[in-house]
Design a protein around this ligand. Structure first.
Ligand code: MN
Length: 232
């Protein structure tokens, strides 16, 4: 294709055990999907319908296995927060997907961070404005290499955790998700046509907190992977 300005590379995530990458089309995120986190954010931990927001595809920051990736401290915030999350990668298109069929659309899983400018998000909530400045900034979506569902299956129980400079900040289990992965996919596919390349950040457990320049976040999900991100 001839383009009038230089075209960019499609953002893409490594796949464990493969030289080929998973191209990212869109990033969807689920809000408040662990009861204890809903409570710490002053929300209702009841099972309200899931809600979604997006980040641009080029917000991904790949954290290669075994490496520490640097994340530049974002502009315009004094309250950058970590949110460790299970990430689902969609490999097959669909809309109005039934819960029972939804896992057929999953290519694989990864651990990721939904980095948040909490001060800007808080301001947006107060004024009823969109969340983009709080959530959709550059490099706001660190992600470790994907594991194929064909290799690891579809984990429903697994420890999820995050440490900052060696001290534990977040620990839970993905079985604590208010809306399970199949339910998230079914719900999301009623709102958007899911296409290959969609990635879904499924929500964070309790313990979200501030992270500053010079600190290193190490997080993981049992059986899925780990990531190391240093804020610089
Ligand atoms: Mn989140």
């Amino acid at each position: 294709m001839k383009t009038v300005i230089p075209a960019w590379e499609v953002p893409a995530v490594p796949v464990a055990g493969s030289a080929a990458r998973f191209p990212v089309r869109r990033i969807y995120c689920v809000g408040r999907n662990y009861a204890a986190h809903a409570r710490e954010m002053g929300g209702n931990p009841e099972r309200e319908p899931p809600f979604f927001f997006c980040k641009p595809a080029d917000a991904v920051l790949v954290a290669p296995a075994g490496e520490t990736v640097s994340m530049a401290y974002p502009s315009a915030t004094r309250d950058l927060h970590h949110e460790i999350e299970l990430v689902v990668a969609i490999g097959r298109a669909g809309r109005d997907i039934a819960v029972e069929r939804s896992l057929d659309h999953v290519f694989g899983y990864a651990v990721g961070l939904d980095m948040t400018r909490r001060d800007l998000q808080g301001e947006a909530k107060k004024t009823g404005r969109p969340w983009e400045t709080g959530k959709a900034f550059d490099r706001s979506a660190p992600i470790a290499p994907l594991r194929r569902a064909s290799d690891i299956g579809h984990p429903a129980h697994a420890a999820i955790w995050l440490e900052v400079d060696g001290s534990e900040r977040q620990r839970s289990d993905i079985d604590q998700l208010i809306w399970s992965v199949p339910e998230v996919i079914a719900n999301l596919s009623m709102l958007f046509e899911l296409k290959p390349g969609a990635v879904i950040y499924t929500g964070t457990p309790e313990g979200v907190a501030r992270v500053d320049r010079g600190q290193t976040m190490v997080g993981g999900i049992e059986g899925i992977g780990e990531l190391r991100v240093r804020v610089v």
